[in-house]
Design a protein around this ligand. Structure first.
Ligand SMILES: CCCC(=O)SCCNC(=O)CCNC(=O)[C@H](O)C(C)(C)COP(=O)(O)OP(=O)(O)OC[C@H]1O[C@@H](n2cnc3c(N)ncnc32)[C@H](O)[C@@H]1OP(=O)(O)O
Length: 260
């Protein structure tokens, strides 16, 4: 972490809230933000008490405005340097996509360009009713550079991703919800509250079950269907002996006795 990425732990909710904090630059992703996000994610990964992460931006107008056009245009002059810089943020998105604990984007306002890519890397998206989303890279004559176009396609399907990425339209929260990009939409001034409520069942369930299911659901995308089904049986068998499963079954079986 650093000055531009804030880390707050909400201990009694088993949550870490990561906030991109550059309101003067519409929360644009600079090199410092990339470094801050990488460090904050590592801290959340290592803290066994943290069971889910919320990623948001400071303010009520912008989630993330994309790559920092001022920094990048001053610094990046040839293809290899651009590729290296894109790859630095692509690795952050890979970390989020592969993160062992659920990551929820609280999209508090506009997501533009790489901002849409950041949201696409998260496992869930809670959108403010005032939020807008635009994969506008094409309007600037470039492509999504952080791997987020690939991830968008997994969320909304190839055809809808194709339209968003090639047309570069800016859509409102309602359209983002209809596309399946937002999981829920809520009043802007309550976005963090709703993201925390969304996280509640994720953090209340057995961390071992949640984390292994997250991994299984991700890995099964690249497996033949019968192999993926077999992995599900194996995972269930592995979780069968856990104290959480014992406790849940004992509670169910003793419910009548408790009522009497
Ligand atoms: C490299 C990977 C691919 C990419 O992400 S390319 C970047 C694509 N993104 C964009 O083109 C977004 C451009 N920004 C916007 O559309 C709007 O600023 C946005 C996010 C809707 C917010 O609108 P408003 O709330 O009206 O704010 P505003 O336009 O007056 O901006 C406030 C200050 O933020 C700055 N800003 C906005 N987006 C930025 C960016 N991407 N990089 C660097 N600085 C950025 C903007 O220049 C302004 O600062 P200043 O007042 O000029 O000092």
């Amino acid at each position: 972490m650093n000055d531009v990425v804030k880390y707050e732990k909400i201990a009694d909710e088993h949550l870490a809230v990561l906030r991109i904090d550059r309101p003067e630059a519409s929360n644009a992703i600079s090199t410092a933000v990339m470094e801050g996000l990488a460090a904050a994610l590592e801290q959340a990964r290592q803290d066994d008490d943290v069971r889910a992460v919320i990623l948001t931006g400071t303010g009520d107008r912008v989630f993330v405005s994309g790559g920092d056009l001022k920094e990048f245009h001053a610094d990046l002059t040839d293809e290899e340097r651009v590729y290296e810089k894109m790859s630095q943020m692509r690795r952050v998105l890979e970390t989020i996509h592969l993160f062992p604990k659920p990551v929820i984007a609280a999209v508090n306002g506009a997501a533009r360009g790489g901002g849409g890519e950041v949201a696409s890397a998260c496992h869930f998206r809670v959108g403010a009713d005032t939020a807008t989303v635009g994969f506008i890279q094409v309007k600037l004559g470039i492509a999504p550079g952080w791997g987020g176009g690939v991830l968008l396609s997994k969320i909304v399907g190839r055809q809808k991703a194709l339209a968003l990425i090639l047309r570069g339209d800016i859509i409102d929260a309602r359209a983002a919800m209809e596309l399946g990009f937002f999981d829920i939409v809520c009043p802007q001034d309550e976005i963090l509250h709703y993201a925390r409520m969304y996280a509640k069942p994720l953090t209340a369930n057995s961390p071992k079950a949640v984390q292994s299911l997250l991994r299984l659901l991700r890995e099964q995308e690249s497996l033949p269907v019968t192999d993926a089904m077999e992995r599900e049986s194996r995972l269930c068998a592995q979780l069968w002996g856990t104290p959480e499963h014992d406790a849940a079954v004992s509670s169910f079986l003793s419910r009548k006795a408790r009522k009497e």
